[in-house]
Design a protein around this ligand. Structure first.
Ligand code: CAA
Length: 248
């Protein structure tokens, strides 16, 4: 059997990079899709993934744009084969309380965090059902389950992702395609490090394991859900949050 082809959106980001590495270690051909304009981060990503010798490649795409996703999926199909695995890890924050939130802070976030999931799934799921195999994982968030001060936009998008996950999971359940979400807690990523230190310390204090998560711990969960023999897990949401729910 030829290598399974995996597209990871937000592929050069904090969680995305760890997911790319884990999937490549599991024998997948990985395409890290992300904004080509992130030059500095891209250079670091290339350095970090050099040892994977072409098993991880970068493809520029703005996943908030439908046509970019269609072009990405076609390019990948021509060069590496049709996408068997899609991990939607692209996401942004625009944190501020609702009373201060501009319309752009709402819509910009929705375009990336939620439209991006539609754009990628809409362009790949038919091929998966036709071939009788597919694995889709949407990276949601603990904050889509609990809500977070200053994140009405982000929490709404992340909760919406899981609704999308369950609905699509039902539509493709008999065609060999699984659709799941993973809800990470606070992990060691640039996004989390941008949260003011005092706020972050308060959050960590509520995590029973008493630390931030490692991106590799999220990647392990994605690998589990995208395995060839994971066909009986679908429409699920796997929280990976250091026991955070037990604090409530
Ligand atoms: N809970 C309750 N009250 C809070 C609060 C909190 N967490 N944070 C601020 N407040 C209060 C303030 O004390 C202030 O009170 P007063 O009006 O009486 O002075 C009021 O709420 C308004 O505060 P601000 O004007 O400071 O609010 P703001 O609009 O500037 O937003 C914030 C503050 C930027 C949202 C800040 O609270 C913050 O950064 N919070 C953390 C958000 C967060 O956790 N983001 C996660 C990003 S990482 C990620 O999302 C990854 C993932 O999936 C886990």
């Amino acid at each position: 059997m030829s290598k399974r082809v995996a597209i990871v959106t937000g592929g050069i980001g904090g969680l995305g990079t760890a997911i790319c590495k884990q999937l490549a270690q599991d024998g997948r051909q990985v395409i890290a899709a992300d904004l080509g304009s992130r030059q500095e981060r891209l250079a670091a990503f290339r350095e970090e993934t050099r040892e994977y010798n072409g098993n991880i490649v970068f493809a520029p795409a703005d996943i908030s744009k439908y046509d970019d996703c269609a072009a990405l999926v076609n390019h990948v199909a021509e060069k590496y084969g049709s996408a068997d695995i899609v991990v939607n890890a692209a996401g942004i924050t625009r944190d501020t309380s609702l009373k201060k939130m501009s319309q752009a802070q709402w819509t910009d976030l929705m375009h990336v965090n939620l439209d991006g999931v539609f754009n990628m799934c809409r362009n790949t799921v038919d091929g998966m059902t036709e071939r009788g195999f597919g694995r889709i994982v949407n990276i949601s968030s603990v904050n889509g389950q609990t809500g977070q001060f200053g994140q009405t936009n982000y929490s709404a998008a992340k909760a919406g992702m899981h609704g999308f996950t369950m609905a699509l999971a039902r539509e493709v359940a008999r065609k060999g395609v699984t659709v799941n979400s993973v809800s990470p807690g606070y992990c060691k990523t640039e996004m989390v490090m941008k949260v003011p230190e005092d706020v972050r310390a308060q959050i960590i204090a509520q995590v029973p394991v008493g630390r931030l998560g490692e991106p590799s711990e999220i990647a392990r969960t994605v690998a589990f859900l995208t395995a060839d023999d994971a066909g009986f897990i679908t429409g699920a949401n796997i929280p990976v949050n250091g026991g955070y729910f037990m604090s409530f």
